[in-house]
Design a protein around this ligand. Structure first.
Ligand code: Z5A
Length: 206
């Protein structure tokens, strides 16, 4: 029997990485064999593409190049990691997947969503998460958290606030269109309260 595929999404600083650890501990504590991975990346080739995409010194990348690199990394990720793990009965937990492309390259960069749909259909052969956890919070709160983390910023994090507002709106729009798959987490709450929200969503899946 195939395992379940869960993705985690949200604007920067929403707390995905923080809660990824909690979700991992929770699911593994229930005896689930879990593959934890991320996008862009998750494979050797995908991690090289990630470096190209995130390095702040990569300047002037055409939006279509950005879109196609996201899908190139994803095609590799699906073929090498996600599909084999699911076929093996493992669950897969991915820090971002295709919803991020709709939000960032569609909402953020302004690429036609229909074009993204077509590339997704061609590349993914219908694969989509069984559950997507959308960490939602006001963009400024996420940005404050990233700044207080005191690490360098990547190529996306250099963008203006309006870029991230469009991304947030696109994510929320998708959640409204697919309420059964995409569950909104109020990421402005405390870490402990978010863990309760996550447990309430994950429990029925078990
Ligand atoms: N991207 C794209 O454009 N298209 C695509 O198709 C895909 C991706 C797949 C990947 O970056 C970038 O690629 C991403 C989108 C783009 N760009 N951006 N921006 P990533 O996913 O690796 O990085 P990120 O999204 O920027 O994640 P992040 O900045 O690391 O945020 P996070 O993981 O959501 O947050 P965190 O590290 O867990 O928390 C941030 C800080 O807040 C940290 O100090 C925590 O201790 C603190 N924190 C966490 N939770 C809380 C709560 N509840 N209260 C208070 N403080 C908290």
């Amino acid at each position: 029997m195939n395992g379940k595929f869960i993705s985690i999404e949200g604007v920067e600083g929403a707390g995905k990485s923080t809660q990824l650890d909690f979700i991992q501990r929770y699911l593994m504590g229930q005896g689930i064999q879990l593959t934890v991975t991320r996008e862009p990346g998750g494979t050797e080739l995908g991690e090289q593409i990630r470096t190209l995409l995130l390095t702040p010194t990569t300047t002037g990348m055409a939006v279509n190049t950005e879109l196609l690199l996201m899908f190139a990394a994803r095609a590799e990720h699906v073929a090498q990691v996600i599909n084999p793990a699911l076929a093996n009965g493992n669950w897969v937990l991915s820090d971002r997947f295709t919803d991020a492309t709709f939000a960032y390259q569609g909402g953020g960069r302004g690429i036609d969503l229909q074009r993204i749909n077509e590339i997704a259909a061609w590349t993914l052969n219908g694969l989509q998460p069984d559950l997507t956890l959308l960490f939602d919070l006001p963009v400024e709160v996420g940005q404050q958290r990233v700044l207080s983390r005191n690490q360098g910023v990547d190529r996306f994090e250099q963008e203006k606030i309006e870029f991230f507002e469009r991304i947030r709106a696109c994510y929320l729009d998708r959640a409204q269109q697919e309420p059964h798959r995409i569950k909104i987490i109020d990421a402005s709450q405390s870490i402990a309260d978010i863990e309760i929200q996550l447990t309430n969503i994950l429990k029925p899946l078990l």
